[in-house]
Design a protein around this ligand. Structure first.
Ligand SMILES: Cc1ncc(COP(=O)(O)O)c(C=O)c1O
Length: 442
């Protein structure tokens, strides 16, 4: 279909919830996207932080191809391949135990590499190696996963779990503290948790049970707990607020949230939808702070581009759920967990946490050297660059960068955001800088 026909059909029949750039992408490979006109673009957005291994990564593609011809979906009433394996790997990663995660990832890769003609005893030995690598060590914190389809759905599940835990095991409180400037999704409940007026106002009345706190204001949080004794079941936060401009929480505030939440029988609920899955320089961004949440939500990069989300919680909290308390028809479908296993195995074995930290540090330095850039924020390969007034509107800079052959994003009139695939190399960063220098009018 020609671009003009495609664009016309889209504009006629698709709801106008997104303003689209004037380009149609038809294929991709690694860091590169190809438009329908044959032009190539360097992708520093990765589908908003989704395509963590870039486009058409062979490990994800092979896993999907294998699964497509085997089984797409049977529902959560049955056991399937890849679901438990993926959850086990998430558990090791949540403990930041890269040695244990690597042993499991290697064992999973060895099973995937077996052909259908592998001798039964060879297969049995490879599978036994997975079982051994996945088994919890003595005293090891076990994390359990509920598979969902998106970030908003993961946050819905996480908030339900926090309320249920409080009802069954805590003080019975059902209020959730959410931070001003947060973004937790587009469903009504997650809009209620998204403390930004422009995203909430036209959708009122919103579900109740939320109170707002200013990020990094420990005194305000303390006052909220004092004003709502026994009512608060969770504090919900993005370790780095993404959609509102890449604003990291301070380590002091993280420690304050931990102290106050646990002193008041409330849970820490980290929304790692954007920060998670190796992007921050650690498997999950909370690990850069050393403040461990009780529940975290994941999505975006977790399945290398296939829609998937996850609620991950410490076993003692997760086991609050009983059959029937929560569910999803599609969540954790055969296709999604096959892709998630392949993506997480590759990220673990390739030490993409270290790569994101190293290339991210380089990118940070290079961004800071650009004209009109007054500040660079973020961690690993989740970066925001603040522009001065002379740079003009950041959305225009994004448009000029696209003209120049690079896909980036703006979170507002003054902030450029970068969420490249984690396969990004320093040479890609250098190429982007050439485009940005021109886009910024240097
Ligand atoms: C931190 C955070 N939470 C939740 C969401 C919602 O995720 P989804 O669009 O997959 O529902 C997003 C999306 O950008 C996000 O950045």
């Amino acid at each position: 279909m020609s671009f003009e026909i495609e664009k016309n059909l889209d504009q006629t029949y698709v709801m106008p919830t997104f303003g689209r750039s004037d380009v149609e992408f038809v294929s991709g490979s690694g860091m590169t996207l190809t438009g329908s006109d044959g032009r190539t673009y360097l992708d520093f957005l990765a589908g908003i932080g989704v395509c963590c291994l870039g486009h058409a990564h062979p490990a994800v593609t092979a896993a999907l191809e294998r699964q497509v011809g085997r089984l797409l979906h049977v529902s959560n009433y049955f056991y399937i391949e890849h679901r438990g394996e993926t959850a086990a790997l998430i558990s090791k990663l949540a403990n930041d135990d890269m040695a244990a995660a690597a042993v499991l990832a290697d064992a999973l890769a060895a099973v995937s590499a077996l052909g259908s003609d592998a001798a039964p005893e060879v297969r049995a030995a490879a599978e036994q190696a997975v079982a051994e690598a996945a088994a919890p060590g003595s005293g090891e914190q076990v994390w359990e996963t509920f598979f969902a389809n998106s970030g908003a759905e993961a946050n819905e599940g996480a908030m339900k779990l926090a309320r249920l835990w409080s009802k069954r095991h805590g003080n019975g409180g059902n209020t959730i503290v959410a931070l001003r400037g947060s973004f937790h999704g587009r469903t009504l409940e997650t809009v209620a948790a998204t403390m930004q007026n422009w995203l909430q106002d036209e959708f009122r009345p919103l579900p109740g049970g939320f109170v707002a706190c200013t990020p990094n204001d420990c005194d305000e949080l303390r006052a909220l707990f004092a004003a709502h004794p026994g009512e608060i079941c969770a504090v919900m936060y993005e370790p780095i607020q993404g959609e509102s401009g890449v604003h990291p929480l301070t380590p002091e505030f993280m420690a304050c949230m931990e102290e106050l939440a646990h002193a008041n029988q409330a849970l820490l609920l980290a929304d790692e939808v954007q920060t998670g899955v190796f992007r921050s320089g650690k498997p999950f961004a909370f690990q850069t702070y050393g403040v461990v949440p009780d529940i975290m939500s994941l999505a975006k990069g977790i399945a290398g581009g296939v829609p998937a989300g996850a609620v991950v919680a410490k076993k003692e909290v997760a086991d609050t759920f009983r059959p029937g308390d929560h569910g999803s028809t599609f969540g954790g479908s055969c296709l999604a967990v096959a892709a998630a296993e392949a993506a997480l195995v590759e990220l673990t074995r390739g030490r993409y946490d270290e790569r994101a930290a190293e290339v991210g540090a380089y990118m940070r330095e290079r961004l800071a050297e650009l004209p009109h850039v007054t500040e660079v924020r973020g961690a690993g390969l989740m970066l925001g660059a603040e522009l001065d007034a002379a740079a003009g509107d950041a959305h225009d800079v994004v448009a000029r960068a696209l003209e120049g052959g690079a896909v980036i994003n703006a979170t507002g009139a003054t902030t450029l955001r970068f969420l490249p695939p984690l396969v990004c190399e320093k040479s890609d960063v250098d190429a982007l800088m050439g485009v940005l220098e021109k886009a910024l009018g240097a």
